[in-house]
Ligand binder design. Structure first.
Ligand code: CMP
Length: 138
């Protein structure tokens, strides 16, 4: 048991062949995968998923990036999942990310930053439900 967070391995990291290494680091850090799939977001999906950012100057770039290729979406379970996963991935901008974090190792810029992690328990629930049906969550 424990609580849950939602993640996406973003198109840059999937394209670069880093999916396996990232999943390995996630599970080695104590997270259990309770839902997972490879999928590609449509423009409408990305606009809805990132609706909170729609007034930001980078919104168009973000939607373009997140739809350009497949992602790997997953729901992860661990005690203190949201906070611990954000520590594991590191700062949004890889230049600010701590040594050893997933973004430090695999992200190339603030936009193409390899992975997503939910920022609250409430958003983890919303984001997980956006990508997975009940029968796909274990
Ligand atoms: P994430 O925190 O997963 O979700 C919002 C995303 O917006 C963020 O990752 C970045 O990929 C992207 N983002 C944030 N700031 C910028 C920026 N200044 N320029 C481009 N993309 C950004």
């Amino acid at each position: 048991a424990g609580n849950r967070t939602f993640t996406m391995i973003k198109p840059d990291a999937v394209e670069a062949g880093n999916t396996g290494a990232i999943l390995d680091q996630i599970t080695a850090s104590g997270f259990r995968i309770v839902a997972m799939k490879m999928t590609q977001m449509t423009k409408a999906d990305a606009e809805n998923f990132y609706a909170i950012h729609k007034e930001r100057p980078f919104f168009g770039e973000l939607v373009e990036f997140m739809t350009r290729g497949p992602i790997v979406a997953a729901i992860l379970e661990k005690d203190n999942a949201v906070e611990d996963f954000r520590t594991l991935i590191g700062a949004t901008n890889p230049e600010d990310a701590a040594e050893g974090t997933i973004r430090k190792k695999y992200a190339t810029s603030v936009g193409e930053n390899a992975v997503h992690g939910s920022d609250s328990d409430e958003n983890a629930e919303i984001e997980g439900a956006f990508h997975f049906a009940g029968r796909e969550m274990f």
